[in-house]
Design a binder for this molecule. Structure first.
Ligand code: CUA
Length: 307
């Protein structure tokens, strides 16, 4: 495992190492005993027979009691760490996490939101309130030693505190369909001042750049890039290159010209029109993008012209 980067990590590692090293010790005892017995009691000739041993009470008590003691220790130790991990402190900063095929979105208390990029302040307990829009996902940050299933129709929660500024990998640890392996992100731990700064700026993103340029940023930051390429090669969804103004064949046989209204509809109601040859797997971006951001994405798609 990578070095632990959360306050709970040393406790998880201590328990893990206890289990690992006791397993190694008992593995060695068992294997060495086998080797010793194989040599000591090997068959030497027809006359020499082993005496008939039926039982040994002392030995049986010993090999029952020792494993029970070990298992009970692991249980209580594990239960303690588990409770610590899942019961968040009262003053924790709460962020809403949504998993869906195939990206993560994060909603902050002040209304800011990010995709695949969880930004948190350093040295503060962070509580994650999680749910899924479709299938079961699993929120996993190896550096923090935390992992929790993210379910549809039910909230789950987990918390952590990162004592140092830095960046950490975030994975989905539950096979959730075609692009499961693309469901990756990062956790950025910022200094308290930088975090305040960042969260204030959240509302003003995209100012001072052209709509197409802002759309390009959103294309990556809102994870369109996971399914839609811009080089003409189809992926999970159609490529965006040169589609604007072109007629597209739909799955139901009809033909649709790609214009502003079609793009907007496809972002907010992805199931309304499915391009022939693709699966109806896109999630809705209703609530994840405001009108200005949708305009920017349209401007970006318009700008992608074939040479
Ligand atoms: Cu979501 Cu795997």
């Amino acid at each position: 495992m990578p070095p632990g980067q959360s306050t709970i990590a040393p406790e998880v590692d201590a328990l893990f190492n206890f289990i690992l090293y006791s397993a190694i010790v008992f593995f060695a005892i068992v294997v060495l005993t086998i080797v010793y017995f194989v040599i000591r009691y090997r068959r030497r000739g027809k006359e020499e027979l082993t005496s008939g041993v039926t039982q040994n009470l002392k030995l049986e008590i010993l090999w029952t009691a020792i494993p029970i003691i070990l298992v009970v220790i692991v249980f209580f130790w594990g239960f303690r760490v588990y409770l610590k991990m899942y019961v968040s402190p009262k003053d924790a900063y709460e962020i809403k996490v949504t998993g869906q095929q195939w990206f993560w979105s994060f909603n902050y208390p002040n209304g800011a939101s990010t995709v695949n990029d969880l930004v948190v302040p350093v040295g503060k307990p962070i509580r994650l309130l999680m749910s899924s829009k479709d299938v079961i996902h699993s929120f996993y940050v190896p550096d923090f030693r935390i992992k929790m299933d993210v379910l549809p129709n039910r909230y789950t929660g987990i918390w952590f505190e990162a004592p140092e500024v830095g960046e950490h990998n975030l994975f989905c640890a539950e096979y959730c369909g075609t692009s499961h392996s693309d469901m990756i992100g990062r956790v950025r731990v910022l200094g308290e001042y930088e975090f305040d700064q960042w969260i204030q700026e959240g509302a003003g993103a995209g100012e001072g750049v052209s709509p197409a340029e802002y759309g390009k940023q959103l294309y990556t930051s809102k994870a369109c890039v996971t399914c839609h390429r811009i080089d003409g090669v189809p992926h999970t969804g159609p490529s965006f290159l040169g589609i604007y103004g072109e007629a597209q064949k739909m799955a139901d046989g009809s033909s649709v010209t790609v214009d502003e209204n079609y793009i907007r509809e496809s972002i907010l109601h992805p199931q309304a029109k499915i391009v022939a040859g693709f699966q109806p797997v896109m999630p809705t971006y209703q609530g994840l993008l405001d009108d200005r951001q949708i305009d920017a994405l349209i401007a970006f798609i318009k700008s992608l012209k074939k040479e």
